[in-house]
Design a protein around this ligand. Structure first.
Ligand SMILES: [Fe+2]
Length: 263
């Protein structure tokens, strides 16, 4: 049996000044903690996927700082943008990893055994919410049609479902119905890994399991009507793709080193 191991990192929110804190959380320091924890764990990965919000300020220096931390995995790195990203700046720093030019959409596609993995771009310039339109779903359908894949894993920033949280759902994904329709008719779509909501969430949609992953920095609570930050440790997701299915788990660091400034 072949197993492909993927590391998902999401919502890094790094600043130009590495000492800058987001609601009291030093995001660059915690990103370093996460990467050090993973590397010292001895786990190895065939692919590393960042599902958006690489930086908080969208500046070149911030992307360069992210690149320096992820450099050990640069040859296996795939990325999609979040709302806190700028496609052109992201591409200016990771141009060797991202196809296209300027502010073209940032998508990716790779096949691992029977699995086709696709990255979709839900970034909507100037908005916190995201957007998926028919052209992207068509692109994904064509990628699948042109492959011999038996299963599909999707990676993008904004989850394609409501989570039942008023404030998080208010900054959700416009056009998610297009993805939901595709999932309903395409049983090969099995796995959908997202970020944006800064906590773990799982649900089923058709044959697809939809999941979100904790941030490498600051964590959100889904409870309440307004943005709420919680003292939870940073985390990441491990995905193992097998010949007949997948396994996945979220790993959180053992300690809460910093508590967020309460609202
Ligand atoms: Fe984020």
């Amino acid at each position: 049996m072949t197993t492909t191991r993927i590391l998902q990192l999401t919502d890094l929110h790094v600043f130009k000044d590495p000492a800058t804190r987001l609601k009291g959380i030093p995001t660059f320091e915690l990103l370093n903690d996460v990467v050090e924890f993973i590397r010292s764990s001895g786990e190895t990965f065939d692919y590393v996927v960042v599902t958006g919000d690489h930086t908080h300020d969208e500046l070149p220096e911030s992307y360069s700082a992210v690149r320096s931390v992820l450099n050990p995995w640069i040859d296996r790195l795939f990325q999609v943008p979040g709302n806190h990203d700028d496609r052109a700046v992201l591409r200016s720093v990771f141009g060797d990893r991202i196809a296209g030019e300027g502010d073209d959409r940032v998508n990716f596609s790779f096949q691992a055994g029977p699995w086709l993995c696709l990255g979709l771009d839900t970034h909507l310039p100037g908005a916190v919410s995201g957007l998926i339109d028919a052209s992207q779903v068509d692109w994904a359908r064509r990628q699948l049609a042109d492959s011999d894949a038996q299963m599909v894993g999707l990676f993008f920033h904004h989850p394609p479902v409501d989570l039942g949280s008023p404030w998080i759902d208010a900054i959700g994904l416009t056009g998610k119905e297009l993805l939901q329709s595709w999932f309903a008719e395409e049983p090969r779509v099995r796995l959908v890994c997202c970020g944006h909501v800064h906590h773990e969430f799982r649900t089923m949609l058709g044959h697809a399991e939809i999941m979100t992953t904790p941030s490498t920095g600051i964590q959100f609570s889904p409870v309440g009507n307004a943005p709420t930050f919680v003292a939870s440790p940073p985390g990441y997701r491990v995905i193992e793709l097998h010949d007949t299915g997948y396994t996945t788990r979220v790993v959180c660091l053992p300690d809460v080193r910093f508590s967020p400034v309460l609202n």
